[in-house]
Design a protein around this ligand. Structure first.
Ligand SMILES: Cc1cc2nc3c(=O)[nH]c(=O)nc-3n(C[C@H](O)[C@H](O)[C@H](O)COP(=O)(O)OP(=O)(O)OC[C@H]3O[C@@H](n4cnc5c(N)ncnc54)[C@H](O)[C@@H]3O)c2cc1C
Length: 399
């Protein structure tokens, strides 16, 4: 047996012991939940339960050696190439296990960023904590005037003896409502050029002066928050990287964020497309040449995105970043939007007015959610600029 086959067998044995096989989803019109949301949107006790379940499952994986498959062995990872992570994910997809969405930012963004930028102690405490299912992390980067133009951020960090004092406002912070720690960017030198005066910190979310306020979305849920920092004391040993080196930390964090954003969702688009085909038939439009053409066009787009992602995943670690990742995320965001638009065309007014009919009005959530996907992890325009400059060699956009 090859090393991969041995690993796959080991993963299957682990999952057989700890989870039940997942019954294949049979999409039957009118039966079961419609589930056409793009962003996860539970609140209150249900949300708390999901967080606990996610942490428990991650802890189980960690104890069995599947919690950090590509992680550095000196920190408890397996040190295996990304192909092994893929093998594990494809085996796990066949089992009914807890949804790890509440941990996603820690596992895919903050954890990897700390491995590159953090101190040994920070990696042991936070990156390991995240992978062991003990800690939930969030990313405190965006501000009201600093999204695409992140270097414009205004949150200040002022040195005060052995601590820093952070004040400012963050926004669109996913999962802040239940996070234990946030990776924050703050301005430490207001006189330095915009990109140079920034520093990164790990902010314990239960610190005095941290206030988290949920933002109600178009879709009704509240997956994001405003986070207010009012003279929050942060120990100097929670500074990530050198003072003034925050931009470097931010860039390496954002590159892992883009990796994570594109990775998730081919199951989602595939399911959406299957529902859409059924919808066309139910609406009596299955034979309409224009509808058939729209569906064929969508199918081709989804296949292009799937093959593109397979190619990225086959690349060696560290290759296939930058423009290929930007394309992956653009394709996905565009496909989510295109699926929603075809649904809206098929449904007409039913997408905006709830008639109670199964599988119709629920598409409004898809349409509204798709818009968010085009922003988070880098907007379409920013990603296109990256492709234009780095892949096509076009002149740099004026700043
Ligand atoms: C689902 C989701 C999850 C998120 N989670 C987090 C999180 O956990 N933590 C966090 O810190 N942030 C998070 N964000 C915020 C996200 O990073 C920002 O929304 C994003 O960077 C865009 O910033 P903005 O919303 O301020 O829009 P802006 O930057 O103001 O952009 C508005 C519009 O102007 C366009 N634009 C801006 N600059 C240019 C330019 N130079 N050239 C061409 N067009 C331009 C944009 O493409 C966009 O269409 C999340 C956002 C979403 C939607």
């Amino acid at each position: 047996m090859t090393e991969e086959e041995v690993f796959e067998h080991e993963a299957t044995c682990f999952l057989e012991r700890h989870a039940c096989p997942r019954a294949p989803e049979e999409l039957r019109w009118g039966e079961g939940p419609e589930e056409l949301t793009i962003f996860h949107e539970t609140t209150g006790a249900a949300e708390q339960r999901e967080v606990e379940e996610a942490k428990r499952w991650q802890a189980t994986r960690w104890q069995a050696g599947f919690g950090w498959i590509c992680g550095p062995p000196q920190y408890g990872g397996r040190g295996l190439p990304a192909s092994f992570d893929r093998i594990y994910r494809s085996v796990e997809a066949g089992y009914a296990v807890a949804d790890l969405s509440p941990l996603r930012i820690g596992l895919s963004t903050v954890g990897p960023s700390l491995v590159v930028n953090g101190s040994d102690v920070q990696i042991r405490r936070f990156a390991v904590g995240v992978h062991a299912g003990d800690i939930v992390a969030c990313q405190l980067f965006s501000e009201p005037d600093a999204g695409s133009d992140l270097a414009n951020l205004k949150t200040r960090a002022v040195a005060d003896g052995k601590v820093w004092r952070l004040s400012g406002q963050k926004v669109w912070t996913s999962n802040a409502q239940f996070a234990d720690v946030g990776l924050a960017l703050a301005r430490t030198d207001p006189d330095a050029p915009q990109h140079r005066g920034l520093t990164a910190f790990l902010v314990p979310m239960d610190s005095v002066g941290v206030q988290v306020r949920p933002i109600r979305q178009l879709t009704g849920g509240a997956s994001f928050n405003e986070v207010f920092l009012d003279d929050v004391e942060v120990a100097d040993d929670l500074r990530v990287g050198a003072t003034g080196e925050g931009w470097r930390v931010a860039l390496s964090t954002l590159s892992t964020e883009r990796t994570a954003t594109g990775d998730r969702s081919h199951a989602l688009t595939g399911r959406g497309f299957r529902l859409l085909r059924t919808l066309a038939r139910r609406q009596g439009q299955g034979d309409d040449p224009a509808v058939r053409q729209a569906l064929a066009h969508l199918h081709a787009r989804l296949e292009v995105a799937r093959y593109h992602q397979l190619r990225i995943q086959a690349a060696a670690y560290g290759e296939g970043e930058g423009p290929p990742r930007a394309m992956d995320k653009l394709l996905l965001a565009g496909n989510l939007q295109a699926i929603g638009e075809v649904a809206a065309r098929l449904l007409g007014p039913k997408v905006a007015a709830d008639t109670g009919e199964w599988g119709t009005y629920a598409w409004s959530r898809w349409l509204l959610g798709a818009t968010g996907y085009r922003l988070g992890g880098g907007t379409d325009e920013i990603l296109k600029t990256m492709i234009a400059e780095k892949a096509l060699g076009l002149p740099r956009a004026p700043s």
